[in-house]
Design a protein around this ligand. Structure first.
Ligand code: FAD
Length: 489
């Protein structure tokens, strides 16, 4: 029932999160609008997941064709591998255009109004939207419920001036305007790792600069070690760990190098200066809430700029109380900064708007890094699980398997990699699953579904998998678990 408002639901921002929320809202019979100030599809489609996977697709093929030894062992020989940087870049940007069109048609097809402009809260249930310099676009609307889905932008630490040419973020790097001979990547999270894969496949040298004492600090420690052996060392990537890039001076391509001053993370003493052709700053993402005028709805961002939310995605005010009729999903709330989490949160918010209480179980949300080979995980790292076990007094169960035990991986000659599962010995609950190896990003879903459904490891042992497939990696993993609870005690 619409009542006195123009819309039941207005979604602010049409990234993947906003798109998912708007579709689910209109499917529930709610009169829905989505307001977008820039490009439909947001970060994921235009400056994130989609173009980066297009570059990685090319990188993977080049890498495979260049690996003659590997192909020879399959009986194939290839002479002279050539690639066209511009054509690779064009594929990435054209792909974004295609998906933008798909998203727009799906919204319009179901009757979601797409309002072009930047949204601003005006107090009460009012919101204004406008495009700078365009008097013909914009207006004021009212809605019963708002969903903020304004996403994020690259986070750039102080002392690093971005010139977009020699010192840049993923926003620029995805355009692949040039291939520097030597690139320093600040930050060894998944964005840095994916770009390292692209650059090294296309012939650039890569050096990581990482503030923590080891590279890939966010990953399970054992998986990070395997990743070092499979995709860092063989590509001659070197790493400076435990150091901060405190000052970066842009260069001139082919003329003057970029200078990166490194400071010891612990002692704060200057330790080194790197000279490289280019510097990619991949130090994380910052929430984007500019211009929303959050004060008008009694909302304040937290210390890092995220909008605080309840488990039901309801926005919380300074006192931690729910702000009625305002929800926030996706990167802007910082709960789980990935595309599929944003849209899942969007669906969850709409369920709550419809009066069907829903909370997304973030522990069952999978994540992947699309390097060659891929890395994926769901739930906790072994380190986090052991900490929890110590605090709560239970034993951690651990099972592992290698891709070398998998017939399909052997047939493909892609048998590097492993999978591990971490579970509670007493209840047999799954705490986390981690995979590094061929198609790890696809394989993780059996584990994430099991976590979402609350399956215990003993239940999974009897699932049947097609032979020979990579899915048998998980079959083997589940079979390795010790499921005799009495013996486990
Ligand atoms: P966004 O996609 O950022 O969308 C927010 C939208 O809101 C934007 O379109 C913006 O213009 C609009 N907006 C902002 N303010 C206003 C306003 N006031 N009024 C109107 N509109 C506004 N995630 C994955 O899951 N898998 C991947 O492989 C992956 N790869 C990535 C690779 C890179 C290089 C990067 C940078 C990110 C990647 N991500 C990936 C992360 C993913 O892109 C984000 O988690 C996801 O885009 C977040 O979605 P969102 O809807 O919250 O925000």
């Amino acid at each position: 029932a619409l009542g006195k408002h123009d819309y039941d639901v207005v979604v602010i921002g049409c990234g993947v999160g906003g798109h998912g929320a708007a579709l689910h809202a209109v499917e529930q019979g709610l009169k829905t609008a989505v307001v977008e100030g820039h490009d439909i599809g947001g970060t994921c489609v235009n400056r994130g997941c989609v173009p980066s996977k297009a570059l990685l697709a090319a990188a993977g093929r080049v890498r495979e064709l260049k690996n003659e030894m590997h192909l020879k062992s399959l009986g194939i020989s290839v002479e002279g591998v050539a690639y066209d940087r511009q054509a690779i870049a064009d594929h990435a940007s054209n792909l974004a255009g295609t998906i933008q069109g798909n998203l727009q048609r799906s919204l319009e097809g179901l009757g979601v109004d797409i309002l072009r402009g930047s949204a601003r809260f005006m107090g009460g249930n009012r919101m204004r939207y406008a495009l700078p310099g365009r008097v013909d676009v914009g207006g004021e609307i009212t809605a019963r419920d708002f969903i903020i889905a304004t996403g994020s932008v690259p986070f750039v630490p102080p002392g690093i001036p971005i010139d977009g040419k020699t010192v840049f973020t993923s926003d620029h790097a995805l355009k692949l305007e040039w291939l520097p001979d030597w690139v320093a990547i600040i930050g060894s999270g998944y964005i840095g790792l994916e770009f390292a894969d692209v650059y090294t496949a296309l012939g650039s040298e890569v050096t990581f600069v990482e503030a923590m004492d080891k590279i890939m600090p966010g990953f399970d420690g054992e998986i990070a070690k395997v990743a070092k052996r499979l995709l860092i060392d063989p590509r001659s990537i070197d790493s400076h760990t435990g150091v901060l890039a405190t000052k970066v001076t842009p260069g001139v391509p082919g003329v003057k190098p970029v200078e990166i001053e490194l400071t010891d993370f612990h002692t704060k003493e200057k330790v080194d200066t790197l000279e490289v052709d280019a510097c990619l700053v991949a130090t994380g993402r910052a929430p984007y809430t500019q211009g929303l005028n959050l004060g008008a709805v009694n909302v304040e961002t937290d210390r890092r700029g995220f909008i605080p939310v309840s488990p039901k995605m309801e926005v919380l005010d300074r006192e931690g109380s729910v702000v009625p009729h305002v929800y926030c999903i996706g990167d802007a709330n910082g709960k789980f900064m990935l595309a599929h989490a944003a849209s899942a949160q969007g669906i969850s918010a709409v369920e709550n708007i419809c009066g069907r209480p829903h909370q997304l179980n973030h522990l069952s949300v999978p994540a992947a890094c699309f390097t060659h080979p891929e890395i994926s995980f769901v739930g906790m790292t072994q380190e986090a699980a052991e900490e929890k076990a110590k605090a709560e007094g239970f034993k951690v169960g651990l099972a592992k398997t290698s891709f070398k035990a998998n017939s399909k991986a052997l047939a493909e000659k892609e048998a590097d990699g492993m999978a591990k599962i971490i579970y509670r010995m007493d209840t047999l609950e799954i705490l986390g699953v981690h995979i590094i190896g061929l198609h790890a990003a696809d394989l993780i879903h059996e584990a994430s579904n099991a976590l979402a459904m609350g399956n215990t490891v003993d239940q999974l042992k009897f699932n049947v998998h097609t032979h020979p497939t990579l899915s048998e990696v998980l079959d083997e993993l589940f079979k390795q678990c010790k499921t005799d609870v009495k013996a486990n005690a």
